[in-house]
Write a protein that binds this ligand. Structure first.
Ligand SMILES: Nc1nc2c(ncn2[C@@H]2O[C@H](COP(=O)(O)OP(=O)(O)OP(=O)(O)O)[C@@H](O)[C@H]2O)c(=O)[nH]1
Ligand SMILES: [Zn+2]
Length: 217
């Protein structure tokens, strides 16, 4: 798995708690622990809290570390988890259902979470990838500031790029805390998004069969 390390001119403020230095693959910017801590401290002051009170003393550092973990998919190329494939000669649907998924809504920076279902029909050669790798791709794309539609298509497009499959289907079902704990306040409302590619997009019977397997309870 390729992790983006910094070069020698790195500022020490940019180094995370365990000394590992990470650079965003999209923006080229580094994760900056000191800056994240200062921002959380500022936010606490801005909402009327006292960052010096005992319970909040370690909070800025803790929240910064938590964000680093929640956005781990910014620093690692999710596609790289699909580098390893093996020949099974299997040319029909492979589907992993109910992969637990936690992501962060980029509008409100609160969680949206649920499950992802990832399926593909291997290419003509029948090369497949390890089942856990499908869950790893979900995990890494989810660990970014996201919207559910983009998350769903990014997972599907990664499979297309890396596995050269005949078809791909990804369905994500999630509850958005920004709709549950604030704003419109509709806990329990569930959003389903899908992305289909190749045969599973062009052939309605194949798509219906895959969807039936995915949504069967
Ligand atoms: N399409 C889509 N919308 C999302 C997602 N996550 C959050 N949203 C929506 O993003 C929108 C942001 O709307 P704004 O009007 O800019 O923000 P807001 O005033 O906080 O909106 P409310 O949530 O309606 O109070 C809201 O309607 C959210 O429900 C997502 O993954 N996909
Ligand atoms: Zn939101």
């Amino acid at each position: 798995m390729s992790v983006n390390h910094l070069d020698s001119e790195t500022d020490s403020a940019s180094i995370g708690g365990d000394g590992e230095v990470l650079r965003s693959l999209e923006s080229g910017r580094v994760f900056d622990q000191a800056r994240a801590e200062a921002a959380v401290r500022e936010l606490l002051i801005a909402v009327g809290e006292d960052p010096e009170r005992e319970g909040l003393l370690d909070t800025p550092a803790r929240v910064a570390r938590a964000y680093r973990e929640m956005f781990a998919g910014l620093y690692t190329d999710p596609d790289s988890v699909l580098d390893k494939t093996f020949d099974e000669g299997h040319q029909e649907l492979v589907l992993v259902r109910d992969i637990p998924m936690y992501s962060t809504c980029e509008h409100h920076l609160v969680s949206f979470h649920g499950v992802a279902h990832v399926g593909y029909i291997p290419g003509r050669t029948g090369r497949v990838t390890g089942l856990s790798k499908l869950a790893r791709v979900v995990d890494l794309y989810a660990k970014r500031p996201q919207v559910q539609e983009r998350l769903t298509s990014q997972i599907a497009d990664a499979l297309v790029r890396k596995l050269d499959p005949v078809g791909v289907i990804v369905v994500v079902e999630a509850e958005h805390l920004c709709m549950a704990m604030r704003g419109i306040r509709k806990p329990g409302a569930s959003t389903t998004t899908s992305a289909v590619r190749g045969l599973l997009q062009s052939n309605s019977a194949s798509r219906a069969e895959a969807l039936d397997l995915i949504l069967r309870r």
